[in-house]
Design a protein around this ligand. Sequence first.
Ligand code: MD3
Ligand code: FE
Length: 216
Amino acid sequence: MTADLFAGLAGEQTREAFDEGVTILRQYAVAQDEVLVRAILAVARSAPFRHMKTPGGHSMSVAMACCGQVGWVTDEGGYRYQSQDPETGRPWPAMPESFVSLARSAAEAAGFPGFAPDTCLINRYQPGARMGLHQDRNEKTFSSPIVSVSLGLPIVFQLGGLRRTDRTERILLEHGDVVVWGGPARLRYHGVLTLKPGEHPVTGPVRFNLTFRRAG
Ligand code: MD3
Ligand code: FE
């Protein structure tokens, strides 16, 4: 399908089967937006947002927090999941119930019933933050989908192929949009362009992205 993703009607909940394994649930999370943002802020009181260092020694422009049984971390030693927050030495906060039920129902709507994520990475983008093209491949298996939830300011997402050099397409992700990536899409390269300044009624000057995964 070659849907023009910038042409979606405003204010509409839609489901688009994009490429194989990619389902875009436009505005799927809008009805719960304030509950979700409150839950994000509650998680961040226990596991504060931080700019982690890549193995190459660069500080990431995106600030991150995690919840669930394990959390994704990066430092001089590499990228990995671990069950303690390196900043506090404590286990990560539990996944809020509002997160669990949203991830599960979105996966089911996209054809992946029974999705039980064991981790949620919360990305916070401030103006100027971006995420370069990468694959998500620190999980033990790639048989579960990944569910991503966008909240707040819009951003341009880049979807590539299975090789870094494959051409990329651009998808605008807006407040409440949920995307489910599974099957043949699970290892596609992806990234986001630089966040532009703005003000959103629910999140203020930032964009949050929740990424639900089965890591173990
Ligand atoms: C396509 N986050 O945290 S979410 C990440 O908007 C990440 O914060 C971006 O990439 C963000 O790793 C993009 C969309 C996403 C997540 C996982 C994918 C797209 C994906 C895995 C495979 C293919
Ligand atoms: Fe990713």
